[in-house]
Design a binder for this molecule. Structure first.
Ligand code: SF4
Length: 344
């Protein structure tokens, strides 16, 4: 099996060039072809000698893994299904158009082991990490590859449970030698995996989104079991020790469940938790999943919740649902080829 070059830094690519009897500057050429030129094969790298390309191709390949299916929603949202190399499963990436913006919602793991009760991905279990090449393939193989303006790591998986690969992908996305994106164009979402959260906050300048869903520890644990491993108060203590008053932003995702977390008491507790932190709360309508009793809060209930937070100085957005007709909206991604446990 050939090693995939996609995701490697110029320094590592230089080593590979030298090991294969090529000049070290070939490492920069390969990086430029992959990250700026979106080359799909070593043979496309025409400023490397034919012989050099042939030598590299004996043991290496670019390694873009393309989608097997694409669906387009009535609202223009597109969902791509990416088979995971070496697995019989697939992950999804969703391209969300919005005016001049084209945002890619990226998957970071093959499934997820966080077990959030309302989430289709969590319900399907964990089947392994995505490699950096699998993550970058989602950027390079969608039809809008050259037009993407933003990325959110909010697809399948918990990005900070796959920190090494996600970090390598962020490096490629934000380095001058890579895609050259500003970190302001990227948001990484997490339930609050504290050890990697610290690495992320120290090592990257991308925006942060924290899934919150309830201000009360016991209730949050009943929605997201990993509250027990990484309590919200500890997550917030860590977040508050960083500066979000400049270019870098932190937001909190709050999925609204009717009668569960949408009362004035919840709004007040949430406002007091976030007091003093420059942040935004995104209220998200819950998208019903099969065989699950919870339902979304009514629009007027969400509006009242929003106003109550705003009166206490919190900036709030009610997030528009996108791509619901093709199961591309928040919480619905499961990889349509994958079978859920109860379907087996
Ligand atoms: Fe994993 Fe995110 Fe789903 Fe929770 S919501 S199970 S962290 S994919």
């Amino acid at each position: 099996m050939r090693t995939r070059l996609l995701g490697m830094s110029p320094a590592r690519l230089k080593e590979i060039a030298l090991e294969n009897g090529l000049p070290s500057f070939t490492g920069n050429q390969i990086a430029r072809w992959m990250y700026k030129g979106r080359a799909r094969s070593i043979d496309d790298m025409t400023n490397i000698s034919k012989e050099g390309r042939a030598r590299l191709a004996e043991n290496y390949e670019v390694g873009i893994a393309g989608p097997s299916e694409v669906q387009t929603s009535r609202d223009g949202t597109r969902k791509y299904l990416f088979p995971v190399p070496g697995s019989d499963r697939a992950v999804e990436a969703v391209m969300i158009p919005d005016g001049d913006r084209k945002t890619l919602c990226v998957s970071s793991q093959n499934g997820c082991r966080m077990g959030c009760r309302f989430c289709m991905t969590g319900r399907g279990g964990y089947h392994g990490q995505l490699q950096v090449a699998d993550i970058l393939s989602q950027f390079l193989a969608v039809e809008e590859a050259g037009e993407l303006t933003n990325a959110v790591f909010m697809g399948m998986g918990e990005p900070l449970d796959n920190w090494d690969n996600v970090n390598a992908a962020l490096e490629v996305l934000t380095s001058d030698w890579g895609f050259g994106w500003s970190p302001k164009r990227i948001t990484v979402s997490t339930i609050g995996v504290i050890p990697s959260l610290k690495n992320f906050l120290d090592g990257s300048r991308c925006h942060l989104a924290v899934s919150l869903h309830s201000p009360f520890a016991d209730e949050r644990a009943s929605i997201m079991p990993m509250q027990k491993a990484w309590p919200l108060n500890d997550v917030l203590d860590l977040v508050k020790s960083y500066d979000f008053t400049g270019q870098r932003r932190v937001s909190f995702e709050y999925t609204m469940f009717s009668g569960l977390n949408d009362s004035p008491r919840h709004a007040d507790a949430l406002a007091s938790l976030l007091k003093g932190l420059e942040c935004r709360v995104n209220l998200i309508r819950f998208h019903k999943i099969p065989d699950f009793p919870w339902s979304t809060s009514a629009p007027e209930r969400m509006e009242a919740f929003k106003e109550r937070l705003e009166h206490q100085g919190i900036t709030v957005t009610i997030r528009a649902s996108r791509g619901e007709d093709i199961l591309a909206a928040c919480g619905l991604l499961a990889g349509s080829r994958n079978k859920l446990p109860e379907e087996r």
